[in-house]
Write a protein that binds this ligand. Structure first.
Ligand SMILES: Cc1ncc(COP(=O)(O)O)c(C=O)c1O
Length: 414
């Protein structure tokens, strides 16, 4: 009989197998200094395009002050226990009420991590008789929530309404047989390539099919729609979203997340999301810190305006320099290039060491073989100078990529 760990020695997993070459640099890099447009990597100051601090709140003095004061008053432990048992406070309730009002829903419920919350919400919303229909490119938290589902699921091609309809027809036939309902899941903004989910078209199909819609708006909250109220507002269809989800880990520069919807649905989640029933509630510093951040988003529209000024300058500048940004309709700025993994590693090394630019790199198996995405996240803290330096650097590395320089260097790195 095999020892359980034999497999782990032989097969370290799709990312783990690169650990020797990549750890500490491409995987688990350490960005140091205050969160801002320029941070320290590998001892050098770099323009940082890899942090989802869209509104530049992470290092805002008012945010630091609010977080610090809450931590001084309550420590990092209070309240202890799960919300249901001993971890409930009036501030958690206040934040829920304010989040619900902000996204124009009846009620909201906080979860301590978006990922776990999403897994549990999907688990709670469906029984084995229900059917899930979801976009192929959704975030891992949705995929893992769907994995828990004991009933049928249908996946549609990414943002493809014809494929969506085909799968809705299958799902409808199935649900009629089992006597269940249908849960559709999309993202408001797809985090890798930056497209908006086709929420308006999906919601229009409620006329034809009977389903409820759950939207993960992790990247849309704070960045899209009037006042930063999210993708539902951007597309004028917030009413058609039955369960709205946003995390505090991006535009809110914090930790935690929330679900919002009709009172009875939110109350059901409150009593049935296992990851929240059996885990400690959000610490007070996070809750008071989130109240402060939400207030700033409401009262400082200039933060979102600045984010979009930077986003437009970055995306227009890159497009004018001939770069392919795909079909992004959000701040997320993917730069599509062609090359293999070793070339990508050599190119990013050059970008970081010689041009002082730090961005995320996406390769196979996340995207098809032969494609490289350099993914840039603009924020309100970036400057036009950052953009200029970045476009100059990108033009230089593209020439080297196309002339095969990185192929040679990359082969030696492996
Ligand atoms: C689309 C999406 N959903 C959910 C999450 C998870 O949120 P959290 O970081 O709060 O666990 C993320 C990443 O942070 C995300 O990008």
């Amino acid at each position: 009989m095999k020892d359980l760990f034999d497999r782990i020695k032989d097969d370290k997993g799709p990312l783990g197998k690169w650990s020797k070459q990549a750890e500490g640099y491409y995987i688990f890099p350490k960005l140091e200094g205050n969160i801002s447009n320029r941070m320290i990597f590998n001892g050098k100051r770099v323009v940082t395009w890899s942090i989802n601090d869209y509104l530049g709140l992470a290092n805002h003095p008012e945010v630091i002050k609010a977080d610090g004061e809450a931590a001084m008053e309550h420590g990092m432990a209070y309240p202890m226990g799960a919300r249901m048992m001993s971890g409930h406070t009036k501030y958690h309730e206040q934040l829920e009420q304010e989040c619900a009002e902000f996204v124009d829903k009846d009620a909201a419920y906080l979860v301590n991590f978006g990922y776990q919350g999403m897994v549990s919400a999907i688990d709670a919303l469906v029984t084995k008789n229900d059917v899930i229909v979801y976009d192929m490119d959704t975030h891992a938290c949705i995929i893992d929530g769907v994995r828990l589902h004991a009933g049928k699921r249908f996946v549609y091609r990414h943002n493809d309404i014809t494929s969506f309809e085909k799968n809705m027809q299958r799902a409808t036939r199935m649900a009629e047989k089992t006597g269940g309902g249908i849960l559709v899941i999309s993202e408001g903004v797809f985090g890798m390539r930056g497209e908006q989910g086709r929420l308006a078209e999906i919601i229009a199909l409620k006329e034809k099919y009977n389903f409820r819609l759950l939207v993960d708006d992790a990247h849309g909250f704070g960045t899209l729609g009037e006042g930063g109220r999210g993708t539902g507002f951007e597309q004028g269809v917030q009413d058609g979203i039955d369960v709205y989800f946003a995390t505090f880990a991006k535009a809110m520069a914090g930790i935690g997340a929330f679900f919002a919807g009709d009172k009875d649905v939110i109350q059901f989640l409150q009593y049935n999301m296992r990851s929240q029933m059996f885990a400690k509630s959000l610490p007070m510093a996070m809750v008071k810190g989130a109240l402060k951040r939400l207030d700033m988003i409401r009262t400082m529209p200039e933060l979102k305006d600045k984010l979009w000024e930077i986003t437009n300058a970055l995306q227009n500048g890159l497009r004018n320099a001939g770069f392919d940004l795909g079909t992004t309709k959000t701040c997320i700025t993917p730069v599509f290039l062609k090359g293999e993994i070793p070339e990508a590693m050599a190119m990013v090394h050059d970008l970081r060491e010689n041009h002082g630019i730090f961005c995320s790199i996406v390769v196979y198996p996340v995207i098809p073989k032969g494609l490289i995405i350099l993914r840039l996240i603009p924020t309100a803290a970036h400057t036009l100078e950052d953009i200029e330096e970045t476009i100059t650097a990108f033009s230089a590395i593209r020439s080297k990529l196309e002339s095969g320089v990185y192929k040679e260097i990359g082969a030696k790195m492996l």
